[in-house]
Design a protein around this ligand. Structure first.
Ligand code: ZN
Length: 226
């Protein structure tokens, strides 16, 4: 199997942050468990808010005017929430699998998601359609949606997000194949830059029989109404 794409992002050795303690999201397993139970560290949130206040000043705003007073705190909390999947692993979300014989594909369609484009830190959002051909095990259907949440709640590019969905299913369920089709609108393309509102981007990733069997792929596309 190719190296998992599940680490939060491909890092080069030199890009490794020197001060891990300053990360907004926890990294180790025990830190992850703590964060799930207690939410993000309030001291880190306050520090992020302070930086947002400085950005507002640098942009020529008055962070002390009434409308902006609590904005830095809201922005800090928003980033904590939107990046809450940064260190979540597939085994954290694809819990409770069942041994079950199933010949047909399991298709979960129209899973809505919101993510943050890692190039501009603005949202891209849309729907994911996911299917797998069970091997020995199946998983609760809501867990597939949780998997999409986990990979979208981090700084992302749509291509990697789509791959991480099928790799996560592959790793935990060991199916005969998995496939994901993601359709999204990128606000960095709609509101700035080339300004093309309404344009959408479609990405597809597949493994196993879904990668190798044209008829199976066609069946998937038909089942999600394509
Ligand atoms: Zn972007």
């Amino acid at each position: 199997m190719p190296e998992s794409t599940w680490s939060a992002s491909p890092r080069s050795a030199s890009a490794e942050p020197a001060e891990d303690a300053r990360q907004l999201s926890p990294r180790s397993e025990s830190e992850r468990v703590d964060a799930v139970q207690s939410g993000p560290d309030p001291e880190r949130l306050a520090e992020v808010a302070q930086h947002v206040r400085e950005i507002l000043s640098l942009l020529g705003e008055d962070p002390a005017r009434p409308g902006l007073l609590d904005t830095p705190n809201r922005v800090a909390k928003m980033f904590a929430e939107m990046l809450s999947g940064m260190h979540v692993q597939p085994e954290d979300v694809l819990t409770t699998t069942f041994e079950e014989r199933s010949d047909g594909p399991v298709v979960v369609s129209n899973i809505t998601f919101y993510s943050l484009c890692e190039h501009h830190m603005v949202p891209f959002f849309g729907t994911a359609h996911v299917a797998y051909l069970p091997g020995e095990r199946i998983v609760g259907l809501s867990k597939i949606a949780r998997l999409v949440d986990a990979v979208s709640h981090r700084l992302q590019v749509q291509e990697r997000m789509t791959q991480q969905i099928v790799d996560g299913i592959d790793e935990i369920l060991k199916p005969h194949g998995a496939i994901a089709l993601v359709e999204a609108q990128h606000t960095c393309m709609c509101a700035r830059g080339v300004r093309k509102p309404g344009s959408s981007t479609t990405t597809l990733a597949s493994t196993g029989e879904y990668r190798d069997n044209y008829a199976l792929r066609q069946e998937f596309l038909r089942m999600i109404g394509r």
